[in-house]
Design a protein around this ligand. Sequence first.
Ligand SMILES: CC(C)(COP(=O)(O)OP(=O)(O)OC[C@H]1O[C@@H](n2cnc3c(N)ncnc32)[C@H](O)[C@@H]1OP(=O)(O)O)[C@@H](O)C(=O)NCCC(=O)NCCS
Length: 168
Amino acid sequence: MITIQKATPEHAEGIASVCIDSYWATYDELLSSEYINRMIKEFYTHERIIKEVTTTSRQWNGWIVAVDDGEVVGAGAGGMISENHGELFVLYLDPERRKEGIGTMLLDAVTEELMKHGAKEQWVNVTKANDKGIPFYEEKGFHFIHEQDEYGIVEGEDFKALRYHRVL
Ligand SMILES: CC(C)(COP(=O)(O)OP(=O)(O)OC[C@H]1O[C@@H](n2cnc3c(N)ncnc32)[C@H](O)[C@@H]1OP(=O)(O)O)[C@@H](O)C(=O)NCCC(=O)NCCS
């Protein structure tokens, strides 16, 4: 049975593993290996995730995990970006576990927490042409607002992200 719960340090390794596997499965054809490796190095170190599960705030609500038989199979996190706007910062699943409803459960849990913090609207950034993510958000009522540079690009990289929004 899948449970959705607030992550604790014991989930740190599973969060990193699910996010890294999903990064490669999702972005292999959209982004360069150099960019992917740089992001993985920035976001998915053990130290960083431990800090992120132990230190939460209005701006960073902490990781929520989907656990199946003791194993992390998905992870997501959100936080407030203004008085009544919340953002889904990250949402990844074990690539083998897509389309079972786990993403919906995680999005709902992240969103519920944002709403407790007063969110009336919600944002998410999706890499342009990410067809493993965009149809999911559209299904959930998000609408495309505008295109911007992908997070953390360096000179010579021309990757784009799409900003999506929904009213809660
Ligand atoms: C995006 C993601 C988290 C969605 O989670 P999921 O568990 O696969 O999605 P769900 O099973 O809850 O799907 C919910 C609905 O969206 C639809 N959907 C999800 N992904 C879809 C896709 N790629 N294409 C078309 N429809 C899709 C499902 O069919 C389902 O519709 P239904 O309720 O009518 O059956 C997951 O697929 C994933 O990890 N993708 C790769 C990583 C990624 O892109 N993350 C987002 C980065 S911003």
